[in-house]
Design a protein around this ligand. Sequence first.
Ligand code: PMP
Length: 402
Amino acid sequence: VSTWSSVPAGPPDPILGVSEAFKADKDPRKINLGVGAYRDENGKPYVLSSVKKAEESIRASNPDKEYLPITGLPEFTKNAAKLAYGEDSAPVKAGTIAVTQSISGTGALRIGGAFLGRFYPHAKVIYLPVPSWGNHTPIFRDSGLEVRGYRYFDKKTVGLDFEGLKEDLRNAPEKAIVLLHACAHNPTGVDPTPAQWQEISDIVKERQLFPFFDMAYQGFASGSTDRDAFAVRHFVKEGHQIALSQSFAKNMGLYGERVGAFSLITADAEEKARVDSQLKIVIRPMYSNPPLHGAQIANTILSTPALYHEWESEVKGMAERIISMRERLYNELTHTHKTPGEWSHIKSQIGMFSFTGLSEAQSVGLAEKAHIYLTKDGRISMAGLNGSNIDYFAESVARAVK
Ligand code: PMP
């Protein structure tokens, strides 16, 4: 008998499973709105021009393929921290941010989970918004933290359950860890307003909670990397010692290159050195050191003013195309197809995703009847819509709802 004969089959990944079903579908009208990857106006993956130019300049410099240090390319991590915290942030200026390169956002969250699991000096309990990105629970559970939830989304208003959120954070045990999506909340597309972030910061302070920000979409929400960093920078200004996960998958379109960063704010240089030394000890047995190429691309963009400006306008372009799809989808559902129900949330939601409010039966039905693939919770990736498929999508949704 085989050594693995008693390994039970596991369920397919809820998001990546949608892509597999999409690939197997032969209908020419098929649309994949499952995975959160940007698509251009022709529905094609998009390699940013700033990225292509960065790659050319890297190639021209004839680089070697040596290992990076355990915590990655030092210039990259420095520039990544500047992008998130802002050039004139106090801990950036004081040099008290412990930062490491990571295998994109997922790896940053995992390093953070492992570090907190090992060194967080209070109860190792993390509160996630309900709902949250599907991978958060397994990442933190596998890191040895106890995962709990705080209310976030209100099905009735298809918006933020702010009262529920506040109540749950106030009732969380003191010093619990709380995960916050910095912007463009996945899967709901619903973000707190700046005023609401200020209230959240106050409660986090009152309850001495430890804020762990997941920033996977900086620039993708509003089109401005500064505006999208509001929550992170506000918390830092308020004196919170935050943990931060960053991903360059979406905002630089570097999905498969796996470029990210994890950082912690420390009290002073001496403490930073201790934290840095332990980050290395956490990372070394996981993967020794991170991949080189993507970090070189991101760093070239972040450190070359002309490329940085081009990148900023490309991020804005992606965000604006998504926003224009929201406007158009709303109009088609409401005016063209007179779809029953209220659809203004399509326009007010933020970032890559929209939580449509479609039921599981309707979502599954769209795949079976219309070759349109989305996750069962009714989430669609707005970036999968374009001028050629949005009519068919709106018409199919209208039919599914009527
Ligand atoms: N956090 C959130 C909220 C996400 O949506 C994603 C991407 N789907 C990630 C983290 C991490 O993605 P990656 O590992 O590709 O950077």
